[in-house]
Design a protein. Structure first.
Length: 322
């Protein structure tokens, strides 16, 4: 990873993202026998943490790059974040999405004025089309997970939690997809706290586990894409992955996976007990903590922080789990 100044990235993120609340989860605290907090990134202006990485990357563009514009590929949240920040900065943006994209996320992309392109039956097909378009148009491609500035931008959330909690938690429980969030948070914590950094538990959906499978294999792999409530976690990590795979491999010790039934129960739990609408990909941390396999290891004393990474979910999907 290039050496990027966190203070400058935090300034960039602050221009477009909000400081989201860190909320006590009383029922979960009783279940786990320790204080549990949830970081409500579902309350970001674009409905997910992805606005952090988008802001970090787009603010760093030079004048020529801003005038030419950018291309992104997304299962929805990254695309919506890039489109949102690009509109605020006057940057032309095209966002490629798979055909199955959540309609709420697609509507959010188009509402900003960005070009939304449905490009294939899978995330990987859409990503290949986006990279090709960027190459042909001379626009910069903004990766959702394998760009150093995007990764550092996502990692700012960990530093924000340290300030809100006024101490280091025993563990963070973080959704895992392409690794930008989990790897970015783990890297930020290591940079800030060194060997005293809290552990990060990375949680994958059972049907969207490319990164955790790649870590076990020792190199990036491809897996067939499956339908999942955690659509935000779907897609590959790129066989030529340069940054996020290494961060997750080297800095994340504990991996968990959750089933579709557990994800649905966690989404329901967030509505009933936290009064928050959380999409499937954003609720996998709660699902892990509610499951029989928790905890994956013995943590030192102290609170656990669960990242609720997004809240963009179609009404019919939400009703189906309620």
């Amino acid at each position: 990873m290039p050496d990027i100044v966190y203070d400058l990235v935090r300034e960039a993120v602050a221009q477009h993202a909000r400081v989201t609340p860190l909320l006590p989860a009383v029922d979960l605290s009783e279940r786990l026998g320790r204080d549990v907090w949830v970081k409500a990134e579902c309350l970001q202006p674009t409905g997910s943490f992805k606005v952090r990485g988008a802001a970090a990357r787009l603010v760093a563009l030079d004048a020529e790059e801003r005038s030419v514009g950018v291309v992104a590929c997304s299962s929805g949240n990254h695309g919506r974040a890039v489109a949102y920040v690009a509109e605020r900065m006057g940057i032309p943006a095209s966002v490629y999405v798979p055909d199955w994209v959540d309609p709420v996320k697609l509507e959010g992309i188009r509402a900003t004025g960005a070009e939304a392109v449905l490009a294939g039956a899978t995330f990987d097909e859409a990503e290949a089309a986006a990279i090709e378009q960027a190459s042909q148009s001379g626009r910069l491609y903004i990766s959702a997970y394998d760009d150093p500035r995007v990764i550092v931008g996502q990692g700012t959330m960990a530093l924000e939690v340290l300030e809100q909690l006024e101490c280091a938690p025993a563990a963070f429980v973080v959704p895992l997809s392409g690794g930008g969030l989990a790897g970015g948070m783990a890297a930020a914590l290591e940079k800030q706290l060194g060997s005293a950094a809290p552990q990060c538990v990375a949680v994958s959906a059972e049907k969207a586990a490319v990164m955790s499978t790649s870590v076990r294999a020792g190199h990036p792999v491809d897996l067939p894409e499956e339908d999942t409530l955690a659509s935000a976690l779907a897609g590959g990590i790129g066989l030529e992955n340069e940054y996020s795979f290494a961060l997750v491999r080297d800095l994340i010790e504990h991996h968990m996976s959750v089933t579709e039934a557990e994800i649905a129960a966690a989404m329901n739990y967030c509505v009933q007990h936290l009064n928050l609408v959380v999409e499937g990909g954003g609720a996998v941390g709660v699902a892990a903590c509610l499951g029989e396999d928790w905890p994956p290891t013995e943590f030192p004393e102290g609170p656990v922080v669960i990242v609720l990474s997004g809240g963009n979910v179609a009404t019919d999907t939400l009703l189906s789990v309620l």
